[in-house]
Design a protein around this ligand. Structure first.
Ligand SMILES: Nc1ncnc2c1ncn2[C@@H]1O[C@H](COP(=O)(O)OP(=O)(O)OP(=O)(O)O)[C@@H](O)[C@H]1O
Length: 258
């Protein structure tokens, strides 16, 4: 279990997270939600120890940092860097290999399998600068997959990508959870959260609510977090919009809230 206790984070004089406490059980699929500037990415960065809190602590339970894989926001990566898709994905295996050691056949097989999973087979020799936005995101997922990590932290994995890529990559996430991995994703699209994430953490510098998504996404919580009611439907409205007759998804892919 990941436990976050009394976490407070400042950037110089500005508070980003104020006394946050929550827990994430092993094997959970959790969305971190909240309006712009709420501290979602900061929380993720503290979980992966990229940022040190002013007070409070994070405990990874039975796991350590080497069990964490991180999928950054794609806008934080230089897409013009001269590197092939295969080379980029192989950087996910750096803990098992090193820059000067040749990759084993098993590593190449892992990369090849990851490319199949994200539907990028045949693109291994392409330069990353030649990929579309959706293909680039699929490649980031492939790099995350070959890390073989038990905890996956994803920062806005579906920002600015098309519906088909979102559905495909959401299926990859759900497969990871079914393999027993813990998945924590910063999400903006609350309808995706309602459909696919059984657990959620709602932050607005402070913790507003966490636990079962149906409870977390109640309208009074969303308003307390600073969402405009007319722009943000609550869980019941989202769920009504997401019934199979209105949305082209397979019913068995949805998560069923208690
Ligand atoms: N490197 C930084 N230096 C100073 N302030 C920062 C830094 N990074 C984030 N902040 C501030 O901390 C607060 C939380 O930022 P964070 O990126 O965690 O929010 P977020 O919820 O992920 O936002 P968004 O949804 O807009 O991406 C914001 O007010 C932001 O301006």
């Amino acid at each position: 279990m990941i436990s976050v206790t009394n976490l407070t984070v400042y950037y110089r004089n500005n508070i980003a997270l104020d006394n946050i406490s929550c827990t994430i059980k092993d094997g959970d699929l959790v969305a971190i939600v909240g309006p712009n500037g709420a501290g979602k990415s900061t929380l993720l960065k503290v979980l992966m120890k990229q940022i040190s809190p002013m007070t409070g602590k994070v405990c990874l339970g039975q796991y350590s940092m080497k069990n964490i894989a991180y999928l950054p926001q794609s806008t934080h990566i230089d897409r013009n860097f001269p590197i092939t898709v295969e080379e980029f994905i192989s950087s996910g295996a750096w803990r098992r290999s090193s820059f000067w050691r040749r990759f084993t056949q098993a590593e190449y097989q892992k990369i090849s399998q990851a490319l199949v999973t994200v539907q990028l087979s045949g693109m291994e020799k392409r330069q990353i600068s030649e990929l579309s936005g959706g293909q680039f995101q699929r490649m980031l997922f492939a790099r995350m997959l070959i890390q073989d990590a038990q905890i996956l932290l994803l920062d806005e994995p579906f920002a600015a990508i098309d519906a088909q890529t979102t559905e495909d990559l959401m299926a990859v996430i759900r497969d990871c959870q079914q393999q027993g991995k813990t998945v924590v994703a910063v999400m903006h699209d609350l309808s995706l959260v309602a459909r696919y994430f059984p657990e959620a953490i709602l932050v607005a510098t402070e913790l507003i609510a966490n636990g079962n998504t149906k409870t977390v996404l109640q309208s009074h919580h969303l308003q307390q977090a600073g969402y405009q009611a007319y722009l943000t439907p609550c869980f019941e409205q989202i769920n009504a919009l997401s019934t199979p007759q209105n949305v082209a998804i397979k019913p068995q892919q949805e998560c069923h809230h208690e």
